[in-house]
Design a protein around this ligand. Structure first.
Ligand SMILES: Nc1ncnc2c1ncn2[C@@H]1O[C@H](COP(=O)(O)OP(=O)(O)OP(=O)(O)O)[C@@H](O)[C@H]1O
Ligand SMILES: [Mg+2]
Length: 280
C-alpha cells in the first residue's frame, strides 16, 4: 500500500517549467529569424509562447509576423521594476520586439543579465520562451545562449557557415554549465549532404571538444519560405500541407511533448524522411 501511494505521489506532475530556447548561428543570413518565427508559431498551436527578438542591430520579427510593436524591450528599466510591453501575434503567441536599427540598441552585458533574470522570474505564464539572436559571438549573445536551456544552432552546408558554427559551438561546449545544443541545417540542396555534415561535425567536435551536439536534420530550400516572408505570415497559415510546414509541425510537436533539442532524432523530422514516409 505504502509503495503504491509513493508510486502515485511520484506520478503527479509538478508545475510545468517554462523552457527557454535560442535560435542562433555563427554566420549571418542562414535563416535564424524565419526558423524562430515559424517554430514559435507552430508551438503556439498547443503551447503558450513568448518570442523574444534579441537581434540587437536589426530586429525584424515584427515584420515577419506583420505586427506593429508597442516598444522595444531595450527601453524598459528592468532594474527599476519596469515591465516590457508584449505585442500580440496570436492568442498563444506574443512578441518582445527589438528596438530596431538606430545603432544604439546594443545593451551592455549587465543590463542584459538583469533582463534575462527578469524574464526567468516573469515567464511562468509561458510554456516556451524563444529567442532569435544576432549572428556570431557577441558577448551579449553569449550571455543569452548560456542563460537558456536549449540552443538550435542554424548552419548552411557552406564551408564558411560550418566553420563559424564550429567556432560558436566551441564557445558553448567549453562551459561547465551549457545548454542542450542541436545543429539544424538550412538551404541544403541534397538530402545526402545531411549525413555527411552530421558525421563531419561530430568527428571534429568529438575529437577536439570531447562533446557533440544533437542533430535536427535539414530544412532544405523552398520558395514557400520566401512567399511566407513576402506575405508577412507563417508557413502554418499559408501552406500547412507543405512538406516544409510538416518539418516545423513535427519539430514543435516533439518539443511540446517534452523532448529536448539534442534528443530529437533527425530522421523523425527531416523533410526527405517525411516525404519517403508519405510515399510508402
Ligand atoms: N529554407 C528556406 N528556403 C527558402 N528561403 C529561405 C529559407 N530559409 C530562409 N530563407 C530566406 O532567407 C532569408 C533570410 O533569412 P533570415 O532573415 O531568417 O536569416 P537570419 O539568419 O535571421 O539573418 P540575420 O543574420 O540577418 O539575422 C529569409 O527572408 C528567406 O527569404
Ligand atoms: Mg535574423
Amino acid at each position: 500500500m505504502n509503495n503504491r501511494l509513493n508510486h502515485l505521489a511520484g506520478s503527479v506532475p509538478g508545475p510545468r517549467r517554462t523552457r527557454f530556447l535560442a535560435v542562433t548561428s555563427g554566420k549571418g543570413g542562414v535563416g535564424k529569424s524565419v526558423i524562430a518565427f515559424n517554430l514559435a508559431d507552430y508551438l503556439s498551436a498547443s503551447s503558450r509562447v513568448l518570442l523574444v527578438d534579441a537581434d540587437f542591430h536589426a530586429g525584424n520579427l515584427h515584420l515577419l509576423a506583420n505586427v506593429v510593436p508597442a516598444a522595444g524591450w531595450q527601453g524598459t528599466d528592468f532594474a527599476g521594476g519596469g515591465h516590457p510591453v508584449m505585442t500580440r501575434i496570436n492568442d498563444r503567441l506574443e512578441l518582445l520586439a527589438s528596438a530596431g536599427t538606430d545603432g544604439h540598441t546594443l545593451p551592455d552585458v549587465q543590463t542584459l543579465t538583469v533582463f534575462l533574470q527578469h524574464l526567468r522570474a516573469q515567464a511562468s505564464a509561458y510554456d516556451f520562451v524563444i529567442f532569435d539572436t544576432s549572428t556570431g559571438i557577441l558577448p551579449q549573445t553569449a550571455s543569452i545562449l548560456l542563460s537558456v536551456d536549449e540552443v538550435i544552432l542554424v548552419t548552411t552546408p557552406e564551408l564558411t557557415a560550418l566553420s563559424n558554427s564550429y567556432a560558436l559551438y566551441k564557445v558553448l561546449a567549453g562551459k561547465k554549465v551549457r545548454p542542450a545544443i542541436a545543429l539544424l541545417v538550412n538551404h541544403e540542396d541534397r538530402s545526402d549532404q545531411l549525413a555527411y555534415i552530421k558525421d563531419k561535425f561530430d568527428a571534429i567536435t568529438g575529437q577536439f571538444l570531447g562533446h557533440t551536439p544533437g542533430f535536427l536534420g535539414g530544412m532544405g530550400h523552398d520558395r514557400v519560405m520566401v512567399e511566407a516572408v513576402a506575405g508577412q505570415t507563417s508557413l502554418r497559415r499559408i501552406a500547412p500541407e507543405h512538406p516544409l510546414s510538416a518539418v516545423f509541425a513535427v519539430l514543435a510537436a516533439r518539443l511540446a511533448a517534452g523532448v529536448t533539442v539534442d534528443q530529437i532524432l533527425w530522421e523523425t523530422i527531416n523533410i526527405n524522411a517525411l516525404v519517403a514516409d508519405i510515399r510508402e
